[in-house]
Design a protein around this ligand. Structure first.
Ligand SMILES: [Zn+2]
Length: 112
């Protein structure tokens, strides 16, 4: 399912969308918070330009809304139905999930 050569592989790993040989990001760890979104100019293997035009990644803001909703729904289903927690606890779980996974959500949105 997550084989090399599929778009899903690029989205989940953050690798070059063309050759998938190296990461698009300067630092692989998304929790390196000062450099979460620092992206290389070009792929060193196939020379693909990552930033096609200025403000190329503005669209990722809209995608991050959808990705954030997906994480929030997952968190609420897990806490409310699996752990049968109260609404307040579920709300806290959603907020904590969104904060903890924020770097991953930001990167996923850019990759998409
Ligand atoms: Zn490449």
């Amino acid at each position: 399912m997550f084989k090399k050569g599929t778009s899903l592989y690029s989205i989940l790993t953050g690798n070059c969308p063309k050759c998938q040989e190296e990461s698009m990001y300067t630092f692989k760890n998304p929790y390196n918070l000062n450099n979460t979104l620092k992206i290389n100019e070009r792929c060193s293997k196939c020379n693909t330009k990552y930033r096609l035009e200025p403000s190329f990644f503005y669209g990722a803001m809209y995608v991050s809304y959808a990705v954030g909703i997906a994480f929030a729904v997952a968190a609420s289903v897990i806490t409310y139905f699996l752990f049968e927690a109260s609404l307040e606890t579920t709300f806290i779980a959603i907020v904590v999930t969104l904060i903890v996974f924020m770097p991953i959500i930001m990167r996923l949105s850019r990759n998409i």
